[in-house]
Write a protein that binds this ligand. Structure first.
Ligand code: ADP
Ligand code: MG
Ligand code: MG
Length: 199
């Protein structure tokens, strides 16, 4: 079973990974965006880290709702509200249980991803974070490592796609040939599950 501390470790591992990869995320956002994805997420997850150090919520759901709220309030740009919605929706779907199973997490994340798709209007193949998140959720039944591999593959597979949502879509055909920054950061978020489980 996964307790509040597991979810805290997941968010902390994501924050650390975003710190390590911020330059790469911003570099990916340079040819098909406005070169701020790494700094946007770094600011957001620094706020998540600070909030979790201060408050220490007692349930998995409360950890994710608090993290999501930080991202929504601290990150301008598309990714803040989208990631904020992902975590808040997932957290709400977990309810107030003290511990949840991997199956419950998979189901809750599915609700979270569906919240992202409703808010942003993107479907798989539109070259967004959805292209990493949907395969990750589909693979979660086979374990965190399988979800990590699926998210990474999904992110890499955005390269040949034409962007249909977000800033990159303004470029039309010129968006082809670049990996989507948001799909790349979503793969980091999912990879952090493996780290949280290993700790
Ligand atoms: P901004 O584009 O406002 O500068 P970021 O650079 O932080 O925001 O985030 C860009 C990422 O957000 C994109 O790479 C993409 O994955 C994701 N994104 C943008 N618009 C949408 C959308 N409508 N639905 C899902 N994801 C989106
Ligand atoms: Mg940007
Ligand atoms: Mg921006």
């Amino acid at each position: 079973m996964l307790d509040a501390d597991f979810f805290r470790r997941w968010m902390m591992a994501t924050a650390a990974s975003v710190d390590r990869e911020a330059e790469r995320l911003t570099a990916l956002d340079s040819p098909i965006g406005d070169a701020d994805h790494g700094s946007n997420l770094q600011r957001g997850f620094a706020a998540v880290r600070a909030a979790l150090e201060k408050e220490a919520p007692g349930t998995p759901g409360a950890v994710l709702v608090l993290a999501g709220r930080q991202l929504i309030s601290k990150v301008g740009g598309a990714a803040g509200p989208l990631y904020g919605t992902l975590l808040r929706r997932t957290g709400k779907a977990l309810g107030d249980a003290a511990e949840v199973s991997e199956e419950q997490l998979a189901e809750a994340l599915r609700a979270g991803v569906s919240g992202v798709m409703t808010l942003g209007g993107a479907v798989p193949g539109d070259k967004t974070m959805v292209d990493a998140l949907v395969p990750a959720v589909d693979a979660l039944g086979d374990g965190f490592a399988a979800a990590r591999a699926a998210a990474e593959e999904g992110a890499v597979a955005t390269t040949p796609l034409l962007a249909r949502k977000g800033r990159a879509s303004y470029l039309g055909e010129r968006s082809i040939g670049h990996q989507d920054p948001g799909a790349t950061s979503s793969a980091l978020l999912i990879a952090a599950l493996v780290e949280a489980a290993a700790a």
